[in-house]
Each structure stands twice: as structure tokens, then as C-alpha cells.
Design a protein around this ligand. Sequence first.
Ligand code: SF4
Length: 244
Amino acid sequence: MSGGRESGQLNLIPGREPVPGSEISTPPWYGRPPRPDVDPAGIPDSMTCAIPDDTAARTDLVTRFGFEISSCLKCSLGETRTNFVFGTGNRNAAVMFVGEAPGRDEDLQGEPFVGRAGGLLNQIIEAIGFTREEVYIGNILKCRPPGNRDPQPDEVAACEPHLHRQIELIQPVVICALGRIAAQTLLKTTASLGKLRERTHLYQDRPLVVTYHPAALLRNPNWKRPTWEDMKLLKKIHDERVTR
Ligand code: SF4
């Protein structure tokens, strides 16, 4: 990556190279017992500070934020989780993927999108020229709904502020919502996935595209071609804004 702004072009930002130590696959907070000194009711005051201009300080804050909320009990899912699942990848990523919630494997491993669906997501990411370590992957909910049921409105209301802050700190250039539930939840709509695809939406003033959940692609391979179209749109948005 060359980095640096190109003169005469608006809205171009330098390539998002991982800062040293920013690729995290097994964050240190997973499996820790709840900390009684962390307010379980919300985002800790220490985490509402201004966002540092310095990239290393900002990405450090992502790690601290994950640690500070790892004992969250804002909704009942905190009582039943095995592991809190904050997210994984480059904390300075230009591209962020957001699913709905951890499943069984993710709950057990403390990492989003593992197992077969995770493997397919890795292939999708690589098809557009990135690696799993270069992008950031997270979910709307940080704890697994029992039986992999859909997230409930009260759970989304409790947990979405965490995602908001996570996005503020990571500052992705483009976001991809994976699946109907993630898309409908983030965009506050009941529109079908078909109506939400092939368009650029805004979430927290950042471009957001919608595509199929990798688990749905495993069930219906016919959706792989439209997913590729969605990924081309995501890559185009990225390339228009980031110099590499
Ligand atoms: S799902 Fe979110 S709000 Fe609910 S306990 Fe887990 S981290 Fe807290």
C-alpha cells in the first residue's frame, strides 16, 4: 500500500494498513470472569472520551473498550453466554462486516464467524482482495441468543450502543451488513433483503451495503452470484475512498 492522499481527488484517504499489534484473533478478555468494578449497566464513562487522532491510540481504545464491556449484563444474554464475542480483525480496518449475533461455535470460541460460515466469509473477503486479518468482523449482539434464535428488540436496544462506539473507534470506510436480520436491524426497516441489496445505505454516516449471510449461502449456493455483485459494490465504494 502506498498510503498518502492523492492531490486533486476528494474524499480519498490513505490505505488502512494494520498498525502493529492491531490484528487480533484471540483478544485477551475472552473467558475472563465478570469484573465487579465495571458498571454492567452501560458503556463505562472512561470509554466515552473523545476519539484520539493518533491511530495507535485509537486502536488501543478499541481493545480497551472490548475489555471494559466484556462483563456486560445489560440484557439477559449476559447470563447465558459462554464467551463475550466482541469482534476480530484489524482495529484500523477500512472494511467492516457486521452480522447479527454469535452462534454456538462463536460462543464457544469467543470469535465471530468461525466454523463453515466463517470459512465461507473468509473466501468472500479474499475474493475482493483482502484477508480476514485486514478487515474487521463483528456482530450487533456480543452474546449468543439461546438456540440461535433471532435477536429480540430489547437485546438490540441494549447492545447496539456498543456497536456504535466500536464503529466510531474503528472508523471503517464502508460497512457490510451480513444477512436480513443484521441489515434490517441496522437500517431500522422491515424491507426484505432483496430490496435492501444493490443499494448504498448510510449507517452512522458511513456507506453500508447489504448482502446474504454466509450461512444462507451454504444452504442456497444460488445466492453466491448476487453476493459477488454485492461485494463488487463494496469494493468499488472502498476503492473510491481509499488509496492503496
Ligand atoms: S448481548 Fe450486548 S447488551 Fe446483552 S449482555 Fe451481551 S454485551 Fe451486554
